[in-house]
Structures are given as C-alpha cells and as structure tokens.
Design a protein around this ligand. Sequence first.
Ligand SMILES: Cc1cc2nc3c(=O)[nH]c(=O)nc-3n(C[C@H](O)[C@H](O)[C@H](O)COP(=O)(O)OP(=O)(O)OC[C@H]3O[C@@H](n4cnc5c(N)ncnc54)[C@H](O)[C@@H]3O)c2cc1C
Length: 511
Amino acid sequence: MRLISRSALRPYVCPSCRSGAVSGRRRFASKPDQTPDIYDVVCVGGGPAGLGLLAALRASPATAHLKVALVETQDLRKARSWNLESHQFSNRVSSLTPSSVSFLQKIGAWEYLDTDRIQKYQEMKVWDGETGSRISFDSSAETSPFEDLRTVATMTENANLVRALLSRIEASGDENVSIFSNATVSSIENGADQPDGPDLSGWPVLTVSPTGPAASSAQPSRIAARLLVGADGINSPVRSFADIKTDGWDYNRHGVVATVSLSEPDQVTFPIGTRTAYQRFLPSLGGPIALLPLPNNNATLVWSTTVENAAYLKTLSPKAFIAMVNAAFRLSMTDLKYMMRMERPAASISDVEDPHESELTWRLQHTPQPSQIPPLATGIQEGSVASFPLRFRHASTYISPRVALVGDAAHVIHPLAGQGLNLGMGDVASLSNTIEYAVSHGMDVGDILTLERYTAERWAVNAKIGGACDVLHKLYNVPGNGPVAWARSLGLDVIDRLPFVKGFLMKNAEG
Ligand SMILES: Cc1cc2nc3c(=O)[nH]c(=O)nc-3n(C[C@H](O)[C@H](O)[C@H](O)COP(=O)(O)OP(=O)(O)OC[C@H]3O[C@@H](n4cnc5c(N)ncnc54)[C@H](O)[C@@H]3O)c2cc1C
C-alpha cells in the first residue's frame, strides 16, 4: 500500500506561501541538489491520452497558466515530424466517435489534423459468420436534409492525432509547459518536508532519466507534482506507485492489423460519398474481422483471432494474406478453418497463383454470398501487417491523493467496438474539467476531494463499455449452432428490426 505521510492529509497550505515565508533566507542560495523542480501537473506518457490532457489544460483560460510537464520515453520530435506519402497509411488507426471529435475541436487540436488522411463513415454492417444473422446501422438515414451527413465515427491514424496534439500544445506557447521526451520515469516516491523549502511530503516526486542522447539538456532529474497524471499505458508506473489494483485478464487473442486497398465498390452509394465499416464475427476462429474505411478505397484491417491464427496470418505472402481477408468475409466457418491450416507455399513459387487464392476462387463458386460483404481486398501495404495482444484491465479506482489515471493506464478493453482511445479522450475531457473547476474555485488540484468528481464521472461509464465489449467477445466465441448461437442471432435480428432500439445503440456507439 502507498504510504501517505500525515502532513499530506492535514489541511492544505500552499507550498509557495510556505516557501515565500522563508524566501529571505533562500533568495541567493543556489538550489540544493535534492530539491526537485515543482510543477502543478505532471503527466507521465505522451500517447493520445497524455498529450490530449496537456492540450486541454493549455486550451482553457482557467488552466493555461498552470505549470505543467510531460515525460515520455519515446522521441516526440519524431512524432512531431511524422510524415507518410499520401497513398500510405499507418497500421495504428482508431475510429474516433463524434464525442471525441467535438472534444478535439473544442481544445483546438482538430484543426492541426491532416484531414486529407482521415475518413468518416456513416454506415456499419455487422454480421455473425456462424448463423448469418446481421445488423446494420445507417446514420445517413437519420440525417435531416438541413444538416451535414451524420457519421458513426471518423477513422484517424494515431500518429496523425499525436502530431496534431503536439502542434496544438506548441501553438499555445512555451510558457509554463515543459515536454521531456526521450526521458523515462525510473522511480516515483513521496517527497519530504524540507526544512528550508516547501513541504512536499505526500507529493509524488519523480526521478527522470534520459533514454538516449536526444534527451533535452534542460531536463531536471527530479520533478515534484502537485497532481501526477498517469497516462502511461497498460503497465503504468504511476498506477504502481499509487498502489491502485487492476482487475483483468488476457484474452489469449491477438489483433492482427494491416493497411489494405480495396476494389471499386460494385454499387454507387447514396447519398454520394457514404462510406461503410464492415465487421464479421468468426466464432470458430476466435473473434471478429473488421475492415474500416480510409481515404481513396483504402481500409484498415483489425482481425481479432487466436494467437496461433495470428502467427499463421503474419507469415503468409501478401497474396495469401489478401486471399484470407477476402475469404474471412465470404466463406463458411468450415472453409475458413480449412484455409487457416493450409500449408504455406515455398518462397520460390510466390510468382504463380498462391494456393490460398485458388482455394478461395474454387470455394467461392460453391458459397452463396450475402449482400453486405465489403469490396474485395486487392492489395496490402508493405510492412503494415502486425499484431497486438488483446487484454482487459480495469483499475479499481482512477485516483489516489495527488494522483489520477487516464487512458490505458486506467482501462484496457477489447477493440471489437473501437472504443479504447475514445474512453481515454472521455477521461481527459473529464479530468481537465475537474482541474479547471478546482482552479477557478481556489481548490488544490491534487486534493483527493477535488479528484473524486473525476473518478465518479468516468469509472462506471468505462466499466459499462469495457464490460459490454467483454460480454460480446465471450458471446461471439461460442462456435457451432447451439443455444448461444441461436440466442445471439435472435438478438441481432430482433434489434435490426426495431428502429428505436437500433437508434439507441447507435447513440451509445457514437459516444
Ligand atoms: C488492435 C487494436 C485496435 C484498436 N483500435 C481502436 C479503435 O478503433 N478506436 C479506439 O478508440 N481505440 C482503439 N484501440 C485502443 C487504443 O489504441 C488505445 O486505447 C490508445 O492508444 C491508448 O492511448 P494512451 O495514450 O492511453 O496509452 P499509450 O498510447 O499506450 O501511451 C502510453 C505512453 O506512456 C509512455 N510511458 C510508459 N511508461 C513510461 C515511463 N516510465 N516514462 C515515460 N513514459 C512512459 C509510453 O512510451 C507511451 O507513449 C485499439 C487497440 C488495439 C490493440
């Protein structure tokens, strides 16, 4: 358990007032080595959640003056100068819900995104590969003639988002903001009540070490935080320091991702420009396959499957991989299981038709095709196939005295509903509002009573969405046509015929 000294729990006295009282003695003294640099908010982690928080604090007039720092292990200068050819796309792409988009617009980050690289979609087609039952969501049908086409979500490369957030922070000026990249937090401990300095007992004090020669020379080695925010991902050091427990399990599944090019759609969509996301649940293969649209007939693939299948897919030639993606949206479970075990051809025959391609062509002739399949995958971007382990984690609370967790440090969920990063954006919106409220009401931003509001707003919401994704994963992992398959197909078919229930589900998916 994290030990908090008694002074951290007694009524708050502003440390700058305390140091002001002794400033006469300290005015000319050089700063002793052991005195850490003091910040109002220190964020560990420069992923979308950490940078989102910093951008939000800089955007609000109430919090822009706070002295804030962010520590990130990786080189954020590389993230700032990230650039890809216009026909290439990163394989880490997230579907941002309308709520996340409005938050990013509100904090002024959206205008820094390269919008030629994002893709909205208005329609979602989801079906069960085992039973064939399906559901489709069409937000364009709900759009009135006087408004822009409503979207289900906007596909955005994570790197595009990170670069935009960095630009937004940079545009807010250097004053009071320090970004230490190529720097890792190697330890965190409670500070001490220094006889000649501020009382930092109960304040987290971070030891920061450079991770390479590119680290900034101005980087302090010790930083004290009035409020320490853990945006440091699934293995959060901040969460360990605060001794916050997590529940969870590994799904024993991997998410295979890739950037895929698609053939021209067979039918013209109406309204013109409508784009569709496709997801087919494959219970016998361990999870769903999803194709989500990117600009110019490109798409991002997320195929959640067993570790063995993921390893198999990653070793296939591009032709065989494309054949498997097309098969996964078109063939029966039995055919797919067979193709997933086919021998891989020797490299020497890679120029001729791949056995996976011929197998698909032959089997397609004997398989009736449903109406909702995506256009054929025709190419795969070189080097874009990768896989990530899928896990569920939920912290027992998001706060502790002078500590708050956001994003994957607080919760990691199955990606089948594309909600992980969106939940992180929701956390950041809520925590930045909490800090804003505290500052404008003269409260201490690190006080547990201040932070209560944040955890109360976010914990149950995230538990509900993470839990729903977990139930869906489990429900759609029961193979065969038994009672579970019957119940889930009945559920989907009934929902598909009830416009009000569907509308309600869509509202929830939009965030
Ligand atoms: C296959 C897949 C598909 C997904 N698709 C979607 C989707 O469509 N929509 C969606 O909303 N979400 C999606 N997600 C989830 C989403 O990618 C994550 O939720 C999101 O990226 C987490 O962001 P974060 O900033 O919280 O954490 P991270 O991106 O993990 O950032 C944490 C940062 O902390 C830094 N750090 C860690 N330790 C230290 C330390 N000691 N010192 C300094 N820095 C440190 C790390 O270097 C890292 O940069 C998907 C996930 C997967 C696996």
